[in-house]
Each structure stands twice: as C-alpha cells, then as structure tokens.
Design a protein around this ligand. Structure first.
Ligand code: AP5
Length: 211
C-alpha cells in the first residue's frame, strides 16, 4: 500500500505518519525531514535547498524528484509525507510507481483551518538531535523544553516563525492545493478532519485507510 499525506503546513501529517508507519510496517518518507537533515549536514542538496526552505518556498521539482527516486524502496509500501507538492511532482510519482507496477492507493487530505495551523506551528518544538516533534500545549515533553527520547534541548524550527508561516500557507494554496482536484479526479482522495485532537485523528485515520 502506498499512501500520500496531503495538507497545509502544521496539519499534523508528520505526527500521524510516524505513528501509522510504525504500526503498519510502512516506510515513512518525509521530504521535509530529509531536506532538514541535508541542510544540517551541509550536503550539496542541503546547500541548494536551504534558501528556499528559509523563505518558506518550495525546493525546485527536479531536486525533489531525484531525491524520491533515491529513497523509494523497490517494493513500495510507503507513506509519502509532504510529497508530492506540485502537479509536476505528482505526475513524476505516478510514472515512477507505474514503472514498478504500483500506484498511489489513497491520498489523505488533512483538513484544518488556518487559525489551527498558526496555533500548531507557533507552539511546535522539535528535537535537533533525534527529530522528535512536540507541542508546548497539545503534546508537551515530560520535562520542560527537553526531548523525552534523548534529553536534548528542544528548539523552534526557523520556518515556524510567523512571517514564514504566512508565506508557507500562501505557497500551499497556490502550488499544492491544486493536487486536491488532481487526486479527486482519480477517485482516491479521502478528506480527514484533522482539527480534532491527536488521538481522535489517529483513530479516524486508521479507519479510512482500513487498518
Ligand atoms: P515540511 O517539513 O514538509 O513542512 P510542512 O508540510 O509545511 O509540514 P510541517 O512539518 O510543518 O507540518 P505537519 O503537517 O507535518 O505537522 P506536525 O505533525 O509537525 O517542509 C518544510 C520545507 O521543506 C517546505 O517549506 C519546503 O521548502 C521544503 N519541502 C519539503 N517537501 C517539499 C516538496 N515535496 N517539494 C518542494 N519543497 C519541499 O504537527 C505540527 C504541530 O502540531 C506539532 O507541534 C504537533 O505536535 C502538533 N499537532 C499535530 N497534530 C495535532 C492535533 N491533532 N492536535 C493538536 N496538535 C497537533
């Protein structure tokens, strides 16, 4: 089964993808996580991607498509989180999968209003060491600002600052939202009310993917 998690920044795609991929034994491919790691390690990809990410713009399609070709397991079984984000990426994914005799089975649209996005992103804290994600109010660590898993001090993502968040929402509307119609036309889009709490969203997610 290959799933795509689609939705605005901060909708909760990563939070749910981490959990569902573990439970179903799927590979979680987050282009955002891979790019952040590349930036941290100052790889050639990271150096090219950084300026786009800092502004909240999309990284060019050719870089992202090459990246997916590299990490895609030949047997499939993937949750794509934050990919595709443009029609060109969606078409490239369809071609890539069809060459291997596979397809995108379901696309889950994480539906949340803008004010929820802003609240979630302004309170998000991440572990710079192991990548765990928290929220100061909705999913706080046991000990203030310290990662439960590895004890590192949590930080705020640069692109979670208010001005960049506004641009990310704009970019989502212009470049990514057209994918809703693209997948609706294929009859594989499922809308999920992602404004509920983490547990409720997870229950509903499992139901719609048939897990
Ligand atoms: P990326 O990292 O993919 O950012 P995003 O899509 O904007 O998604 P986020 O990680 O911000 O949000 P999320 O939906 O995963 O929410 P989360 O679960 O963390 O991309 C970053 C950048 O990389 C892009 O701007 C772009 O530059 C580049 N990039 C990446 N992919 C690309 C591509 N394909 N093409 C081109 N460029 C690309 O949750 C958010 C917060 O809310 C957390 O604090 C969490 O604890 C909390 N939370 C989660 N669920 C709930 C809930 N139900 N109730 C209350 N709180 C909740």
């Amino acid at each position: 089964m290959n799933l795509v998690f689609l939705g605005p920044p901060g909708a909760g795609k990563g939070t749910q993808a981490k959990r569902l991929s573990q439970e179903l034994g799927l590979k979680h491919i987050s282009t955002g996580d891979i790019l952040r790691e590349a930036v941290k390690n100052q790889t050639p990809l990271g150096k090219k991607a950084k300026e786009y990410m800092d502004r909240g713009e999309l990284v060019p399609d050719d870089l992202i498509i090459a990246l997916i070709e590299e990490v895609m397991p030949p047997e499939g079984g993937v949750i794509f989180d934050g990919f595709p984000r443009t029609i060109a990426q969606a078409k490239a994914l369809d071609e890539m999968l069809s060459r291997k005799g596979m397809k995108v089975d379901k696309v889950i649209l994480f539906d949340v209003p803008d004010e929820v996005v802003v609240e979630r992103l302004s309170g998000r804290r991440v572990c710079p060491s192991c990548g765990a994600v928290y929220h100061v109010k909705f999913n706080p660590p046991k000990s203030d600002e310290i990662c439960d898993k590895c004890g590192t001090k949590l930080i705020q993502r640069e692109d979670d600052k208010e001005k960049v968040v506004r641009n990310r929402l704009e970019v989502y509307r212009k470049q990514t939202a057209p994918l809703i119609e693209y997948y609706e036309d294929k009859g594989i889009l499922i809308r999920l009310d992602a404004s509920k709490d983490i547990e409720e969203v997870y229950r509903e997610l499992k139901r719609v993917v048939g897990a």
